[in-house]
Design a protein around this ligand. Structure first.
Ligand SMILES: C[S@@+](CC[C@H](N)C(=O)[O-])C[C@H]1O[C@@H](n2cnc3c(N)ncnc32)[C@H](O)[C@@H]1O
Length: 215
């Protein structure tokens, strides 16, 4: 993600309090009250400019979505789109995924999406990959038993690593595609990166992984 510093982003987002959540720790265990319903809650970690999360929210009006993006200069694009086209089932957080347990109670999140996560190809940076075991433990802590992670990437190395990391963690896979766009599902919502890499002729890898319930 190309980062252009936008010094106005923080103030702009903070003014959109129905969309941008400044103090998500105060809503831990109470996200239903924020949305005003008990609909399922899906989060996307590393939402970028939000094409996926907004497309999903439109396609699934009875699901609540939270976009989690580390950088304000990037997340502000999601907030701007929501100001232009309001959607009651989306909120935006600028937080680090490693702190998700500070914002969500055990079992409060129904599904985690990871799309085109930064690959961190050097092995000394493996701990930063969003499918490293410490991140998996964080997702497991906020998902229900047998919670799911849906993952897409153009990066073969990250895909292989993630299959291994999840498998070693004890997860199993219910879907694996090595070229999603060959028979692209009608309901697939493409992310910004997905469109970019697909246009370059690169295959898109996708999987759905499930945590094995522990006794
Ligand atoms: C390569 S971009 C992909 C963006 C988008 N998902 C897409 O597919 O077009 C990865 C995004 O993840 C965000 N990110 C990376 N590490 C993160 C973390 N620990 N917590 C939250 N967001 C993170 C980055 O800031 C970046 O915007």
């Amino acid at each position: 993600m190309r980062l252009r510093h936008k010094p106005w982003a923080k103030e702009y987002m903070e003014a959109q309090e129905h969309v941008f959540i400044q103090h998500p720790e105060q809503l831990k265990g109470k996200w239903g009250t924020e949305f005003g319903n008990d609909d399922p809650l899906f989060i996307e970690v590393g939402s970028g400019k939000g094409q996926f999360v907004l497309g999903m929210a439109k396609q699934h009006p009875n699901v609540n979505f939270i976009a989690i993006e580390l950088f304000e200069s990037v997340a502000v694009s999601i907030v701007q789109k929501l100001v232009e086209t309001p959607m009651s089932n989306v909120r935006v957080l600028t937080v680090d995924a490693k702190r998700l347990v500070d914002y969500f109670e055990a079992g409060e999140v129904d599904r985690v999406y990871l799309n085109f996560s930064d690959p961190w190809p050097k092995s000394r940076h493996a701990k930063r990959r969003l499918t490293y075991k410490t991140f998996l433990a964080t997702y497991e802590a906020i998902l229900p038993k047998a919670g799911e992670i849906h993952f897409k990437t153009d990066n073969r190395g990250l895909f292989e690593y993630s299959l291994q990391s999840m498998s070693q963690y004890g997860m199993f896979f219910t879907e694996i595609s090595l070229d999603l766009h060959v028979n692209e599902p009608e309901d697939n919502i493409r992310t910004e990166y997905e469109e970019r890499f697909s246009a370059l002729g690169q295959p898109i890898y996708r999987m759905e992984a499930v945590f094995r319930p522990k006794n």
